[in-house]
Design a protein around this ligand. Structure first.
Ligand SMILES: [Zn+2]
Length: 225
């Protein structure tokens, strides 16, 4: 299974996108106790969902992924993938939901470099996080292709995975992601059939108790075989 997170921090108990560090660690410990093996997205697509594995993903590239989530993941040998909004990395931009310049900022390139050394993988979440289904074709191409090139140039490694902003996509957009040279893409909504360009994820939110987390995993297991 693939899990989808955004932020790990203790600052925003009422924010759906923020999971507390304690809860995050409990979720990981639960999976390990249940004999789920942590895998990278590369390993996951190779073995598909047949084995008892889990892959951790983060959307948007918030700095708390580095300061808070990364040490926890290192402790448990987890190799996550973080989907970056290319034109927000290393800038002063703040996500519309938040306002604190330090707590809520996006990752810096040097933090990304540091995580790369420990096996963290990075993917593209476009240049500017638009709803791709609402853009003209040319712009869709640039959001998908240019973000890949831009991140590759900055980190010196291939970018093979893509994440659709707001999970919004369709057949044409999936085809564009394929044409741009990606090996796969992840989604969070569970409609239609799944392939490498619509890898289904379980969205984990700040208001989910450990019981809800277990229930989500159990329910999704019935749907992906
Ligand atoms: Zn996003």
């Amino acid at each position: 299974m693939i899990l989808a997170y955004h932020r790990i921090n203790k600052w925003y108990p009422d924010d759906a996108l923020s999971v507390s560090p304690e809860m995050f660690e409990s979720q990981i410990r639960f999976l390990l106790k249940e004999k789920y093996e942590p895998v990278s997205l590369y390993e996951y697509i190779k073995n598909n969902a047949h084995r008892r594995t889990f892959c951790v993903t983060f959307d948007d590239g918030f700095a708390d992924n580095f300061f808070i989530a990364f040490p926890i993941m290192k402790k448990y040998g987890i190799k996550p993938i973080i989907f970056l909004i290319a034109h927000s990395i290393g800038t002063e931009k703040i996500h519309e939901r938040y306002k604190d310049k330090e707590k809520d900022r996006y990752l810096k390139w040097k933090e990304i470099q540091e995580m790369l050394k420990s096996g963290v993988i990075f993917g593209s979440h476009t240049l500017t996080h638009p709803d791709l289904t609402k853009l003209p074709r040319k712009q869709v191409w640039s959001e998908i292709f240019e973000s890949k090139k831009y991140i590759e140039k900055n980190i010196g490694q291939r970018i093979d995975f893509f994440c659709y902003p707001y999970g919004r996509q369709n057949e044409k957009i999936r085809q564009t992601v394929k044409n741009a040279g990606y090996a796969g893409a992840v989604i969070t909504n569970w409609k239609g059939s799944f392939d490498s360009y619509s890898l289904p994820r379980i969205g984990i939110y700040g208001h989910n108790s450990l019981f809800t987390f277990r229930l989500k995993i159990w329910l999704k297991k019935l749907r992906i075989k």
